[in-house]
Write a protein that binds this ligand. Structure first.
Ligand SMILES: [Zn+2]
Ligand SMILES: [Zn+2]
Length: 357
């Protein structure tokens, strides 16, 4: 039997997961097989698979996880005409069903039966994976596989960026400087905004953004007055849009004081279920009385081509986002490091050896 190495989740939780030899995937007529060169750890999703399971509500075990992948086309199915073995590619992990009310009404993002490679179909923490060819996006030469493995987070950020709908002359705040915040801050700096300001706690990350021409503001976890004083000076009339990637409720409460009447609040980071919200009614009433709009964004579909363009043009520079790389054999060590090491932004797995050699 033709086999390959993979991170196999028999069920949710680490005790049900192992790196082992499994059958090499079969290539359907409309599919391709990708030899995976890089697959990123999506911290929230992979911790979910490693503990309670689900990856949201998407997971169906047994499964090979990993939904942020890039590699070489290894094989193409009979009906695939626009791809060939050796092409460098990434691919959209999203699988809308095509049949539900939302899909049939042009809203695949809201699909009732939303699926995803790496959650309910085998994903990229493996040496090879099969995927429908229509999801595959070719990579420009100068994008490395490590960088290309960020196409999924960039595609999700593009969704938030689109839905923020930034108009000419608007002022925008982006809070939280994990990978998603660092990506969104760059997208917004190439928008209609007059000022888009990235707010974060880690100075070195803000310095990197500044080197890309992004405006930044350092905040202090224990003293919100630091950034509030600065924001009052910068934006005496407030800002038009806030995009929060932090999922930090105290930060959001602090920033909401600066949202103009009629402004938009985009929630892109999820809040911890244990978070104590004194009164959601108060938050909603504030939106109501100030005629503000709440926009919830949690995933993407069909944004991969644009994400790759943003990365390829350097308008979304992801070269410094990959802070650690590991072999597939060391997957669990990589995941633990991602959980505990504060310097870790994106941790990327190389299932078929180092792609940079
Ligand atoms: Zn992800
Ligand atoms: Zn559907």
């Amino acid at each position: 039997m033709h086999t390959m190495k993979a991170l196999w989740h028999e069920a949710a939780g680490r005790s049900n997961a192992s790196i082992k030899m499994v059958p090499y995937p079969t290539c359907g007529d409309d599919e391709v097989i990708i030899k995976i060169m890089a697959c990123g750890i999506c911290k929230w999703a992979e911790i979910s698979h490693d503990t309670v399971g689900g990856g949201g509500t998407l997971a169906k075990y047994p499964v090979i996880t990993g939904h942020e992948f890039a590699g070489y086309v290894e094989e193409v199915g009979k009906l695939v005409t626009d791809l060939k073995a050796g092409d460098r590619v990434t691919a959209d992990n999203a699988i809308p069903c095509g049949n539900c009310w939302y899909c049939k009404n042009g809203k695949p993002l809201l699909c009732e039966n939303f699926g995803s490679y790496g959650h309910n179909k085998n994903g990229g923490f493996a040496q090879y994976m099969s995927i429908v060819a229509r999801n595959v996006v070719k990579l420009p030469e100068d994008l490395t596989f490590d960088q290309a493995s960020l196409a999924e987070p960039v595609a999700c950020a593009v969704e938030a960026f689109k839905r923020a709908d930034i108009q000419p002359g608007e002022n925008v705040l982006i809070s939280g400087m994990g990978p998603h915040g660092l990506i969104l801050a760059q997208l917004c700096s190439h928008s209609n905004a007059l000022h888009s300001v990235a707010i974060g706690l880690v100075e070195s990350r803000l310095k990197t953004l500044e080197s890309y021409g992004v405006e930044t503001l350092l905040s202090d976890r224990n003293d919100t007055s630091t950034h509030e004083t600065a924001l009052t000076k910068m934006f005496p009339n407030g800002v038009d849009c806030i995009i929060d990637t932090s999922g930090a409720w105290p930060m959001v409460q602090s920033l909401m004081k600066f949202l103009k009447k009629g402004g938009r609040f985009v929630q892109y980071g999820s809040y911890h279920s244990q978070i104590k919200m004194e009164s959601p009614a108060q938050f909603l009433n504030d939106l109501h009385f100030k005629n503000q709009t709440y926009v919830g964004v949690s995933c993407q579909v069909n944004n991969f081509p644009l994400a790759v363009e943003y990365m390829a043009t350097g308008k979304c520079n992801v070269s410094t986002l990959v802070t650690h790389t590991f072999d597939l054999d060391n997957y669990f060590e990589a995941l633990d490091l991602n959980k505990t090491d504060k310097s870790a932004l994106k941790v990327v797995i190389h299932p078929t050896g180092d792609p940079n050699k």
